[in-house]
Write a protein that binds this ligand. Structure first.
Ligand code: PLP
Length: 452
């Protein structure tokens, strides 16, 4: 269905000499292991990566949950190229260029109603930190500067900036860095294997976990808490789904106590759950919503924060004059990123990618859950075009089984993602049924081969 770019026939594929590996300190990677046996991707088109040797690898993860419309989309590449030759860069501090206003309007048109003000960043991490700072500035603008406590959730991921890391709840991401932001607390995560294992779609049990916010209010005092930030559906921790009714209850608790609710939609945005944003699919509107990744189909780095008019107006109209928010990035609203974002939004609309996800959902659910009988599978979760297969860990070797499964899949030509002993799937939304079947079949074989 997708029109994609292909490399010109005979174009040289980048190659490596051994020393090339040394200079780069790879992020979130076991550098020594990787460099001993590197896995490289050199080209991509549609659903498929190619290694430098020309081997095809079916993309079961949309890169890092970001290439939602599939690789090498011509409309996006053309828009970036045209903008690069028209104007490479213009500042957005005290200046502007037409595309950044157009991109913001186009984003505001697809965010939940009322979230109409768009602040540009360059990544999901910057979006999280921006959202937290806006929440603090909002309360201060309203004379409630004592509201400084920020509440995240266990196993939550909001990137690697100091703010996002502090409200994040994945232990390994925090432990190496000692104390982070003070005045941060966490709600319990929503993963309840005992009650919800092998649920299809949203799990039935656990809505009451949202009431933990009342306990935090009792501890800190309602008038000290600025915001709660959650992923409506937590991806990085291994696909933890919101129990039915949980987000509604969290919204109600925030409203009761005058606390802002922030949804981090960096991976759930742009069609992944079967709607433009998970907020729409779940019918719960936050006060602030962060995005990145799928916003430009990952062709150019870009993030954004959508903010309610009330928050924007309190900060902007409430300022005495001059600059209203002392925050921004050199590349906020970068022209190439804006061009990519507009082309991506057009593409999602023209191909109705959210609708496609909803129609594929039953096929996806059945395929992912067919792995239930594979050895060592202790849970399977799915929503939209997202799946997770949780494996029992090898005794004394947490994560080793899933990593071995990942390596087998890659060798067999399928890209999956692992976190701990959870295999996560999030393919481009253009996936066809035979490709779903292939991902699940290769994954099933790999899990079976890694039985004890
Ligand atoms: N927030 C969420 C929910 C994410 O999943 C991620 C990345 O996976 C981030 C924030 C950080 O995004 P980035 O890596 O673009 O900084």
């Amino acid at each position: 269905m997708s029109e994609t770019m292909t490399a010109p026939a005979g174009a040289p594929v980048p190659s490596l000499v051994p020393n090339d590996l040394d200079a780069m300190w790879m992020p979130y990677t076991a550098n020594r292991d990787f460099k001993a046996a590197p896995r490289l991707l050199a080209e991509a088109e549609g659903m498929t990566y190619r290694t430098p040797e020309g081997r095809a690898v079916l993309d079961g993860t949309a890169g890092l949950w970001c290439v939602n419309a599939g690789h090498g989309r011509r409309q996006i590449v053309d828009a970036i190229t045209a903008q690069a030759s028209r104007m490479d860069y213009a500042p957005s501090f005290q200046m502007g260029h037409p595309l950044m206003f157009e991109a913001a309007s186009r984003i505001a048109a697809i965010t939940p109603s009322g979230l109409d003000r768009i602040f540009f960043t360059n990544s999901g991490s910057e979006s999280a930190d921006t959202a937290l700072k806006i929440a603090l500035a909002y309360h201060r603008a309203r004379g409630q500067g004592q509201r400084t406590v920020l509440i995240g959730r266990e196993r939550g991921y909001h990137g690697v900036g100091f703010g996002g890391m502090s409200v994040g709840g994945i232990g390994a991401n925090r432990r190496q860095f000692g104390s982070l932001l003070p005045k941060v607390d966490h709600l319990p995560h929503t993963h309840d294997l005992a009650r919800n294992a092998f649920s299809c779609g949203l799990p039935a049990h656990g809505a009451e976990l949202a009431d933990a916010l009342d306990a935090r209010v009792a501890l800190h005092g309602a008038d000290t808490i600025a915001a709660v930030i959650v992923e409506p559906l937590a991806g990085s921790a291994g696909v933890l789904l919101p129990p039915q009714g949980y987000l509604e209850r969290l919204r109600a608790a925030c409203d009761r106590h005058g606390i802002l609710l922030i949804f981090d939609e960096v991976i759930t945005g742009f069609g992944r759950t079967g709607a433009n944003f998970a907020a729409g699919r779940f019918g719960v509107t936050p006060d602030i919503l962060t995005m990145a990744k799928g916003l430009t189909n990952a062709a150019v780095p870009m993030g954004a924060v959508a903010v309610s008019n009330a928050i924007h107006d309190a900060i902007v109209d409430g300022a005495p004059g001059g600059i209203e928010l002392f925050h921004g990035y050199t590349y906020s609203g970068h022209p190439l990123a804006c061009a990519a974002a507009i082309a991506t939004i057009d593409l999602h609309r023209d191909e109705d990618l959210p609708g496609r996800v909803r129609s594929l959902e039953p096929v996806w659910e059945a395929a992912v859950h067919s792995l239930r009988t594979a050895p060592n599978v202790i849970d399977i979760r799915n929503f939209g075009l997202i799946g997770a297969i949780e494996l029992s860990p090898r005794p004394g070797q947490p994560g080793a089984r899933a990593m071995a499964v990942f390596k087998r899949c890659f060798a067999a030509g399928v890209l999956v993602r692992v976190t701990g002993d959870i295999v996560a799937l999030s393919p481009p939304l253009i996936i066809e049924t035979p490709q779903i079947e292939r991902i699940v079949s290769v994954l099933g074989d790999a899990i079976t081969a890694e039985r004890d």
